[in-house]
Design a protein around this ligand. Structure first.
Ligand SMILES: [Zn+2]
Length: 485
């Protein structure tokens, strides 16, 4: 099998992503059933979401507001008068025989998602964002033991975010998806748990010879339900298409299903055209009209977005770009960092300690920043103790671990356990003098030119003071003493 890098020397991938994000509304898209994950099967259903004859849908205002918020955040044009349409297809988990979606009149058109790719900012333009309802979930029994359907998910509100075919590599696709997830999290409109299916990604993929402007035949890949899955699925399909074309064959327009366990794509069906779905305006729903008030409210609820915060962290706090990228990747991290600085820590120290020690402690506990037991004020206190030279970096790290299991401040732990460094010059001078006195041979060799023995003396002083002597002060005192000053 060819590898991706050799394929990319000759072929240019053209990728468009369709991301379905479940909106974290209280109730479903067109009925009053609760929108919750993990409830017993079919415990949140009603005639409307089960599609019983005669039941009438009513659009969920919170879902519309969430979609508006997203549209405004990514700079889409908002259609103040849009419509719901029926997308007709048969599937056991869709009892109505159609899905309520939006077709030629979506709520949001255009816009862009700014990603960071290979060290630079790049805008991936969006085609549209529309509202629709989710289908139920088929649960296939093992050994051909039938299929059960759970309709709790049926009617859960979704936004479908469709990008233009402007993504040029699997890595870029992953970066786009990461940014989109961050935006949804920042806006607090989606839980973004890929394992629970809150965020799902389909892709349209074609390739063309480098320099060509016409599009090749595209395939659609579904079921890439993790960031890694998206990257791997796209890689495999790009390589497959290149092999087909290089062998003189033609790419067929098919829908593929990514099998993460086996790391390969399976053909699901030949691709439908839009007209196969027989879209038509849903006669049960009034057109969606967005008032100026609703728009204004959505606008006023917008927050600073991840790429804006990233830029601000670089300019306001002088952070390195890589650090700013990680610190803004999750709201909780960014908030913790800023709170630590507000509590009096140096920004560069706060970044270093959060990205180093705090994150590794969180990883060990398999927790998250939200559950990190040391609040920013205590964390800042510890960082000040290190900056002020009261404890060394190594001692600081062990103090932080102690702080995680109690409510004491760093100062209290340092005091209680006598961890403060000896920086009192007279006490240190005595220790230095004693070390020199105890090692006359080494002293003589040092003074006759064997300067490498400095490390030996430094170690001896550290040992004599139980590792608590301030290294900087000790170094100076020891240098002076060895030189006979
Ligand atoms: Zn319902």
């Amino acid at each position: 099998m060819s590898d991706l890098s050799t394929v990319l020397e000759r072929w240019e991938p053209v990728i468009g992503l369709e991301v379905h994000a479940q909106l974290s509304t209280k109730t479903k898209m067109f009925c009053g059933c609760r929108n919750v994950y993990g409830a017993p099967p079919n415990s949140h259903t009603c005639p409307t979401c089960l599609g019983l004859p005669g039941a009438l849908p009513v659009a969920n205002e919170q879902a519309v507001n969430y979609a508006l918020k997203l549209g405004l955040a990514v700079g889409s044009e908002i259609t103040t008068f849009s419509r719901f349409a029926r997308k007709n297809y048969f599937y056991p988990d869709l009892t109505k025989g159609y899905q309520i979606s939006q077709y030629d009149e979506p709520l949001c058109s255009g816009g862009a998602v700014t990603i960071r790719w290979e060290g630079a900012s790049r805008e991936i333009p969006l085609t549209r964002i529309h509202l629709e309802e989710d289908a139920g979930k088929s649960i296939h029994g093992e050994n051909g033991d039938g299929t059960k359907v759970d309709f709790n998910r049926c009617g859960v509100p979704l936004v479908e975010i469709v990008s233009d075919p402007e993504i040029r590599s699997p890595g870029e696709a992953k970066s786009y998806l990461t940014r989109l997830k961050q935006i949804l999290e920042y806006l607090e409109i989606c839980d973004c748990n890929m394992e629970e299916g809150n965020l799902r990604c389909d892709a349209n993929i074609s390739i063309r010879p480098k320099g060509e402007t016409e599009f090749g035949v595209k395939t659609e890949m579904k079921n890439m339900n993790s960031f890694r899955g998206v990257e791997r699925g796209l890689m495999s399909e790009i390589v497959r298409q290149a092999e087909v074309l290089d062998g003189g064959g033609e790419v067929r327009q098919v829908t593929l299903l990514w099998n993460e366990a086996e790391q390969k794509a399976e053909v699901m069906r030949s691709k439908e055209e839009a007209h196969d779905y027989r879209y038509f305006p849903d006669p049960d729903l009034v057109p969606l009209s967005v008032s100026e008030d609703a728009l204004e409210q959505a606008r006023s609820s917008l927050v600073e977005l991840p790429d804006e915060r990233e830029k601000r962290f670089i300019t306001q706090y002088g952070l390195k770009e890589d650090d700013a990228v990680i610190l803004t990747s999750e709201t909780s991290l960014a908030v913790y960092f800023e709170a630590t600085v507000t509590e009096g820590a140096e920004a560069s120290d706060a970044a270093k300690w959060i990205l180093g020690e705090a994150l590794s402690m969180i990883k060990e506990e398999e927790g998250s920043m939200d559950s990190f037991p040391v609040a920013p004020d205590r964390f800042a206190g510890l960082l000040r103790s290190v900056t002020d030279g009261i404890v060394s970096v190594a001692t600081g790290k062990s103090v932080l671990r102690k702080m995680a299991s109690n409510d004491l401040t760093a100062a209290e732990i340092i005091e209680e356990e006598g961890l403060a460094q000896l920086s009192d010059e007279s006490a240190l001078s005595d220790a230095v003098a004693k070390v020199l006195e105890d090692n006359p041979d080494e002293l003589e060799r040092y003074r006759s030119g064997k300067k490498a023995l400095f490390g030996f003396f430094m170690g001896a002083v550290m040992k004599a003071t139980g590792g608590k002597s301030d290294p900087k002060v000790t170094r100076q005192l020891l240098t002076d003493a060895l030189e006979g000053k």
